[in-house]
Design a binder for this molecule. Structure first.
Ligand SMILES: NC(=O)C1=CN([C@@H]2O[C@H](COP(=O)(O)OP(=O)(O)OC[C@H]3O[C@@H](n4cnc5c(N)ncnc54)[C@H](OP(=O)(O)O)[C@@H]3O)[C@@H](O)[C@H]2O)[C@@H](O)CC1
Ligand SMILES: Nc1ncnc2c1ncn2[C@@H]1O[C@H](COP(=O)(O)OP(=O)(O)O)[C@@H](O)[C@H]1O
Ligand SMILES: [K+]
Length: 503
């Protein structure tokens, strides 16, 4: 699995790798440039006018090597050189010398930056990479302000957008990329929602530094990709019966919010549960029986909200439970939740209003165990732990919460972060903005609960659930874009199994 290491470790990573492999730093830079160009070629036409803006450090060196390689491939390239002569790094200088004579290269003075007009289709930002150590000012700020204002261009950042620090939140301004192509591993800060407008779509390309090598720099942060989940799936035999695929109980709903628990249950079934039952207030019974004939429906014996009157016998039939979607936070629902989490002994996922109730009634957190999973979005999370200054602090608090309560914490968002009690954190790579639609979280709860019920064990259930949920979202939105709704994500779950090649 891909490690996410600190940007400040890159220099050491670089030197150690070069020493171990007996290659030059120039060779590694060439690998990086080649990896970028391979990606670039499959996305841009040869007649696109490409401007590459190269700073004085190794990020600039990458840009120069990229310029040379693209020019050789027949692209219409122009290179712009920035930065003080005295600061040009050795590999950057070597790549300046290797520029073909016929490739246009312009040294940008402060005056040029202020007045030059650009006629480009693609802007490649190789001004600064992970070496940025202070907010941008002067010429570099002038340059990125100008590049950010260009219209009708595609903006691509090399490794990280210029100005964005690799491990911290941005202060000031930075290059606003449509696409960021990051080398070897995504930089930590590319996971922060604060940087969404700067990073754009993230691609990670390998430059040949193996995972084994990266591990010595491990910070217990990982980037979760398709190849990491396939082998985590269980195989079921030709003779499997519905009990083998697990019985799950989905608990929630209240008057006006029965749809949430319905979506949750349907997602469990589509993920493969052998049997799904819903425990809902009486007002939801008929709705569910008619709307989703595959589920069994249990009434809580209370009309509009779950309450203590629910039937307690037979709960041990269920292999896992998902609790919270549409549940509400009435006094009845609170009493219910406390009783339910004391009574139900199996693994469980707590979502939505179950988390909101935990946040109000903190003692309940003591009942959380190592097989339990909390799936808050950012607001729900802050109700639990208090306000956070930025996402970096939020991620630190998520790690701490999981350690303290011994449960798994899934902090949902564009790069959902899964924290385990041992301190490891996994950042999801799948999914897209079209999943930002009401009910998408209920679908996730149903999917994780289903894997828990299928006997995946909590770690594999959560990693498989989070990744596959994003994958189903990508598939659902392929032909629907912003017209995607949560039910479409459920319908795409079967196809996500095809994409994973899981039986
Ligand atoms: N192992 C890998 O993964 C590989 C990494 N590779 C590449 O190397 C990149 C890192 O290169 P790097 O370390 O040379 O740093 P880089 O970002 O070019 O900047 C350094 C320069 O910026 C300056 N400076 C800093 N802040 C500033 C500011 N605000 N405003 C103005 N100036 C500022 C600083 O000078 P200072 O003023 O601090 O003395 C210095 O001159 C990495 O992102 C990737 O692209 C690949 O080649 C292959 C292998
Ligand atoms: N921009 C995005 N990129 C990837 N996934 C997203 C994005 N926006 C939302 N999601 C996913 O959609 C789900 C939304 O969940 P949530 O906020 O709980 O919605 P709801 O409460 O309406 O069910 C989460 O799993 C989240 O990770
Ligand atoms: K850059």
């Amino acid at each position: 699995m891909l490690e996410i290491i600190s940007g400040t470790a890159v220099k050491k990573l670089d030197t150690d790798f070069i020493a171990e492999k007996g290659i030059t730093s120039h060779r590694l830079m060439e690998n990086a440039a080649q990896a970028f160009c391979d990606w670039f070629e499959s996305n841009y036409h040869r007649n696109d006018k490409v401007g590459i803006f190269c700073g004085p450090g190794n990020n600039g060196g990458d840009g120069l090597a990229i310029g040379r390689l693209l020019w050789r491939k027949g692209y219409d390239v122009i290179v712009f050189l920035l930065g003080e002569e005295g600061k040009v790094s050795a590999d950057c200088r070597l790549n300046r010398e290797l520029l073909p004579d016929k490739l246009p290269a312009i040294s940008m003075s402060a005056d040029d930056i202020a007045h030059m007009e650009f006629d480009l289709d693609v802007v490649i930002d190789a001004i600064l990479g992970v070496g940025v150590n202070r907010p941008l000012g002067g010429d570099f700020l002038g340059m990125i302000t100008k590049l950010n204002a260009l219209t009708h261009v595609s903006r691509v950042a090399v490794d990280i957008p210029t100005g964005v620090p690799s491990d911290e939140c941005l202060e000031g301004d930075a290059f606003k990329a449509d696409i960021t192509v990051s080398f070897q591993y995504p930089k930590f800060s590319l996971m922060f929602p604060e940087h969404a407008g700067y990073v754009g779509i993230l691609h990670v390309v390998s430059i040949g530094i193996g995972n084994k090598f990266m591990r010595q720099f491990s910070q217990n942060k990982f980037y979760l990709q398709l190849k990491d989940v396939v082998s985590r799936h269980l195989n079921f035999s030709r003779f499997a019966h519905k009990g083998d695929f697990g019985r799950v109980l989905l608990v929630g709903g209240s008057y006006g919010s029965i749809g949430a628990i319905r979506m949750c249950a349907e997602a469990s079934l589509r993920t493969g549960s052998g049997l799904a039952a819903c425990l809902v207030p009486t007002c939801g019974v008929q709705v569910l029986q008619v709307g989703l004939p595959e589920v069994q429906v249990i009434s809580s014996n209370s009309d509009r909200s779950l309450s203590l009157a629910y039937p307690k016998e037979g709960l041990d039939r269920y292999d896992a439970a998902g609790i919270g979607p549409g549940m509400g936070t009435t006094a009845d629902a609170k009493e219910f939740l406390l009783d339910f989490i004391k009574t139900f002994k199996g693994p469980k996922v707590l979502d939505a209003d179950a988390i909101n109730i935990l946040a109000q009634d903190k003692e309940m957190q003591e009942y959380l165990g190592e097989e339990d999973v909390l799936t808050p979005h950012v607001k729900e999370f802050e109700r639990l732990v208090g306000g956070c200054q930025n996402h970096k602090q939020r991620l630190a608090k998520a790690r701490e919460y999981s350690r303290q309560y011994g449960c798994v914490l899934v902090l949902k968002g564009a790069h959902t972060c899964i924290s385990f009690p041992d301190g490891t954190q996994y950042f999801n790579s799948s999914g897209n903005k079209h999943m930002a639609t009401g009910g998408a979280g209920d679908v996730l709860t149903g999917m994780i609960t289903s894997f828990l019920g299928q006997g995946y064990g909590v770690k594999n259930a959560v990693l498989c659930g989070v990744y596959q949920h994003g994958l189903a979202g990508e598939i659902a939105s392929e032909d629907k874009r912003r017209g995607t709704i949560a039910s479409d994500i459920i319908k795409a779950i079967p196809k996500s199994y095809l994409a994973l090649d899981v039986d």
